[in-house]
Design a protein around this ligand. Sequence first.
Ligand SMILES: [Zn+2]
Ligand SMILES: [Zn+2]
Length: 90
Amino acid sequence: MVEEKRGRAESNVSDIDLTDLEHCILCFNEIQFYAMGTCDHKNVCHKCSLRIRLVMNDKHCSICKTELDEIVVASKKDLTWDEFERKIRK
Ligand SMILES: [Zn+2]
Ligand SMILES: [Zn+2]
């Protein structure tokens, strides 16, 4: 038998696991930089987030639908919006 499945990405994506912070829920690619708003959801990569915001003009979080006036793009997954406001923003 030939192993045809070798090297293929997992295709079972019907169940979105919100605790999986490694993969974007929209493009399913590994997240290098995620985009986060006040609701602290980190499940969307910056590319998808920016595409939705800029191209589709939709400023809502893809997960909880909170309207996000601003987002921050970061690579540190344990950063919270609170921390960002306190430490990084002036
Ligand atoms: Zn994505
Ligand atoms: Zn959210």
